[in-house]
Design a protein. Structure first.
Length: 200
């Protein structure tokens, strides 16, 4: 079976794949996410996933039998794309704006079979409902640092999970990699999802 390569430094994506039986080789893409500004939120997530996949798949040290997965996530609120806030002030402002409301988390995926050069692409979108959290809760959450480097300034699988009252769609999309979409993409490129299960 091919070597599965994750072109992402996201601990949540790595943990999701591992829990699903896939043990990826992690190669960070180093893509400047600002290069795709100006696109609609779902298109932005997909374009960044493609750029990250290409940046890693084109490297000479990537296994010749590699299946390289690039992913990127963007939260859409009021038609605006919200990526990683980067600093506490931005994260706080985001939470004040989206508490008690809903957004759509878009996760773009691009999978390239290095041996054949073929690619499969797909974007998953899941609606997220946020709790009407207090100012004190926002301040405490931002102080942990968790929301600063994640799309939309929240996590579903971490401390932020308590501030999400519900989702409509695939929960894995919110974490950053949709397992159902990925299984379909692997099959599209002629491989078996269950064949990727490590040690099984």
């Amino acid at each position: 079976m091919p070597t599965f390569v994750l072109a992402s430094q996201s601990p949540a994506r790595l943990a999701t794949l591992r829990s699903a039986g896939v043990e990826p080789v992690v190669v960070v893409s180093g893509v400047d996410e600002s290069v795709a500004d100006g696109l609609a939120p779902a298109d932005l997530a997909q374009r960044l996933a493609e750029l990250k996949c290409a940046a890693v798949a084109d490297r000479s040290d990537v296994p010749a039998d590699g299946l390289v997965l690039g992913c990127d996530s963007v939260l859409e609120v009021d038609g605006q794309a919200l990526g990683k806030p980067g600093d506490a002030a931005t994260a706080t402002a985001r939470w004040h704006a989206m508490r008690g409301r809903s957004g759509v988390l878009h996760s773009g995926h691009c999978l390239r079979d290095v041996a054949t050069g073929r690619e499969a692409r797909a974007t998953g979108s899941t609606t997220v409902h946020f709790a009407d959290v207090t100012d004190a809760e926002v301040a405490a959450y931002v102080a942990t640092g968790e929301p600063l480097q994640v799309a939309g300034a929240f996590t579903l699988d971490g401390l932020g999970g308590a501030f999400v009252t519900g989702i409509e769609g695939d929960p894995h999309t919110v974490v950053g990699v949709s397992l159902p979409l990925l299984r379909t993409m692997v099959a599209e490129l002629g491989h078996s999802w269950t064949g990727l299960w490590a040690g099984r």
